[in-house]
Design a protein around this ligand. Sequence first.
Ligand SMILES: [Zn+2]
Length: 130
Amino acid sequence: MQTQRCATCGQDWWDSHVCPKQTLKNGQTLADWTAAANKLHAAMPAVRKALDDLDGKTKAREDAATLDAVRQAVLGYYAALDARKHGGVAQDEAFRAVEKALGMHWVQGASISGKTPNVRAKRPDAAEKE
Ligand SMILES: [Zn+2]
């Protein structure tokens, strides 16, 4: 088979040749660009892990904020009792505050339908809180 030699890189070829020494539009050679792309590709698992870690931390912060809001609701109930306010009303207010903190609300029939549309997929963000 008749082979040809690349004048740029010296590689022998017979059907087609993508020269690794060719200069790209940005001034890099194809080989440089490929090496950079491979480096980036190799870094992806670390980037993905960092993003997962960040996501976990974000969730932990949200969970802490939810727990704090629930705790505040219960403390508000105790304060209402100490202030001799109506216990039933105070309890209802506290329960509403807990629902809000958890992003839940009653949807009639949801608990017996097997579906749970009364649970928000995501906690309301800080802007939504009052
Ligand atoms: Zn070549």
